[in-house]
Design a protein around this ligand. Structure first.
Ligand SMILES: [Cu+2]
Length: 652
């Protein structure tokens, strides 16, 4: 614990020194207008929620240590939040973003200004929506340049390029997961994958085009590669060119060269590319990696590296050298080469030693089923689920941070997340016949400020098995160990790398294997941890770490900012809090809707924070609806058909 405090203090002093000597920290302001826009791909036009009418959304470009204010205007039809992936947000969980974890959603017609506080992050991160599956269309890059007085720890590149890898659906992303959850089924496969919004030349639709990056012979380029895909880890390569990894998750690594990379959803990798081949055109290509028994659709997505004056030289598809989709060795060979690097531009290494560790968490990652009477799953009255230590996380109806901060946690969450699997079995063996039922609950892990934490994440063969990209908010952690089979707490710790472990925010937990992570809990707040396969996160492969305050103001959560998306006091006048709209939902839309019918006269879904999106037909208003409205404690949206408005207002 002592070391943890020292670690935090020294980082603080470093930061202050930087401020003092160079006055480097700037403040930036961005405006995000989030609304529906039309996108034509695969010879289809789809309406999708997007930031400033663009997918990917706008680039944020700042320097290390800067602060960014982003005013997010929701001009769409449903609530959402934004997360600043990989930004630690010291003492400021209020702007972290995960829906119902640190805030209520920003409701249509309202706005919220995030304060994004950078500290030691350097390189590439990204931002994305953090509600249901909205992040599939609401995301963009966050580039963090060295401070004015600092250079890269590698030769200055001549140019740079952002490469965002995506899943593409010709359907509103929220609708996809809402539908699957309501039916208890597996969400459908993507229609395509994309590079920077381009689907490439393999889709069969002649109007789809390739992303093209122009280079000059002899120049060096910094590729900022971001895996923004929904459920797919990705191989990426450029024909005839090698790639040199220089940073991962906004921390420099000991650079090495490879013919391909493997990048998990949520991860960011900075890669140097030298344009040293014959002047011409070369494919860049990406395809999923998966060792699960239910892998993502295996499509190769293409882009092009175009040398100046090289247009005449044709592309050669046979030169694309990507590992096959289930090539676990290719993945392990790449990830096992990643090491931290001892350069002054990185935060000094501060890995908790064996003797420091005072909090151990051992988590088995599970695929499950749960009973579901209302589901229409072809496998029966069940729904697919996922869990950590056999607890399938239930998103609360109000946000955990607000409940914790205001000490009104009853009915919101409990502090009893199991610190080890409830049952030990051969996690990575043949598990057919295993009971895959899980418990449900909103269970969190409580940590004290300065705790030295070790988390071991154990993949299991429950459900389809395979790997998981696990992401922790509020921290970067040291990835100190990995191995195959079941973790052995007697022998495996001796294999840890405590010398130069990568400092990352999203770790690839290999299928039939495990990883070990360490960090000091020196950031007070409420921090989500979840699988960055959104299907798994939606199914409950999540938990929350609450780091209690330290003993000083400087080690405590900041007060909430002005304008947090509001809670709705019990018994409040609904007309004041809900936006009545006769436009958003028409009678026809309701009739065509997939939403479950809960009674004869109406259709309802509960949206985030029990800000009920209640869509009501006919004049009759069952008491169920009224109960939900009165019990609602968060801002919400109420879309009513004309004849119901009077009834609700009267009932309030
Ligand atoms: Cu997962």
């Amino acid at each position: 614990m002592g070391l943890g405090k020292q670690g935090f203090v020294s980082v603080g002093v470093l930061f202050l020194t930087t401020l003092f000597l160079f006055c480097a920290a700037d403040v930036h302001y961005y405006e995000f207008f989030v609304r529906e826009a039309n996108f034509t791909k695969l010879c289809n036009t789809t309406t999708l929620l997007a930031v400033n009418d663009s997918i990917p959304g706008p680039e944020i470009r700042v320097h290390k240590g800067d602060t960014i204010f982003v005013n997010v205007h929701n001009q769409g039809n449903y609530g959402f939040t934004i997360h600043w992936h990989g930004v630690k947000q010291p003492r400021n969980p209020w702007s972290d973003g995960p829906e119902n974890i640190t805030q209520c959603p920003i409701q249509p017609g309202t706005n919220f200004t995030y304060e994004v506080i950078l500290s030691d992050e350097i390189g590439t991160l990204w931002w994305h929506a953090h509600s249901d599956w909205t992040r599939g269309s609401v995301f963009g890059p966050l580039v963090i340049l060295p401070p004015e007085n600092e250079t890269y720890p590698f030769p200055e590149p001549d140019g740079e390029q952002i490469i965002m890898l995506q899943s593409w659906f010709n359907q509103d992303y929220k609708q996809i997961i809402d539908q699957a959850l309501a039916m208890g089924t597996v969400p459908r496969q993507p229609d395509a994958y994309a590079i920077n919004g381009y689907l490439g030349d393999t889709t069969g639709c002649p109007n789809d085009t390739m992303f093209s990056m122009q280079v000059d012979y002899g120049d060096a380029y910094l590729l900022r590669i971001i895996n923004a895909a929904m459920n797919e880890e990705k191989f990426f390569a450029i024909a005839n060119h090698s790639l040199t990894l220089v940073a991962q998750d906004a921390s420099y690594v000991d650079r090495f060269t490879s013919d391909y990379i493997m990048i998990s959803p949520g991860q960011t990798m900075d890669v140097l590319l030298i344009a040293n081949q014959n002047v011409g055109q070369y494919y860049m290509a990406t395809r999923p990696f998966s060792d699960s028994s239910n892998p993502p659709v295996d499509l190769i997505t293409t882009g092009v590296l175009l040398y100046t004056n090289g247009e005449g030289t044709g592309l050669n598809a046979s030169s694309i050298m990507l590992p096959v989709e289930n090539d676990r060795n290719a993945t392990n060979n790449f990830t096992s080469r990643i090491r931290n690097t001892n350069v002054t531009q990185n935060t000094p290494l501060n890995v908790p030693a064996d003797s420091d560790i005072n909090r151990r968490v051992y988590i088995a990652i599970g695929g499950n089923t749960l009973p579901c009477n209302t589901c229409s799953n072809p496998f029966g009255q069940i729904r697919f689920a996922a869990s950590l230590n056999n607890v399938s996380f239930v998103f609360p109806q109000v946000d955990i941070l607000d409940a914790y901060y205001n000490m009104s946690t009853s009915g919101v969450f409990t502090e009893d997340f199991p610190l080890s699997p409830p049952e030990f079995y051969d996690f990575t063996g043949n598990l057919s016949g295993l009971n895959t039922m899980a418990d449900t609950g909103t269970k969190v892990v409580m940590l004290n400020y300065g705790d030295a934490v070790e988390i071991v994440l154990q993949a299991t063969q429950t459900g389809p098995g395979g790997s998981h990209p696990i992401h922790l908010h509020g921290f970067s952690f040291y990835w100190v160990g990995t191995g195959t089979g079941n973790f052995n707490n007697q022998t495996d710790p001796s294999t840890y790398n405590l010398v130069d472990p990568p400092l990352i925010n999203t770790v690839h937990v290999p299928g039939r294997g495990w990883v070990a992570l360490r960090f000091f809990a020196n950031n007070p707040g409420v921090w989500f941890m979840h699988c960055h396969f959104d299907r798994h996160a939606s199914w409950g492969m999540d938990t929350v770490y609450i780091v209690r305050n330290g003993t000083t103001a400087g080690t405590s959560i900041r007060p909430p900012p002005f304008g947090m998306p509001r809670s709705l006091p019990i018994g409040a006048n609904l007309r004041k809090y809900f936006r009545f709209s006769k436009v958003l939902v028409t009678f026809e839309e309701v009739r065509r809707s997939w939403l479950p019918r809960l009674g004869d006269g109406f259709i309802a879904i509960t949206d985030a924070c029990l800000g009920p999106v209640l869509r009501v037909e006919f004049g009759e208003l069952p008491s169920y609806v009224v109960t939900h409205l009165i019990a609602a404690t968060c801002g919400g949206q109420l879309d009513l058909l004309e004849r119901s408005v009077e009834a609700v207002v009267a009932a309030s």
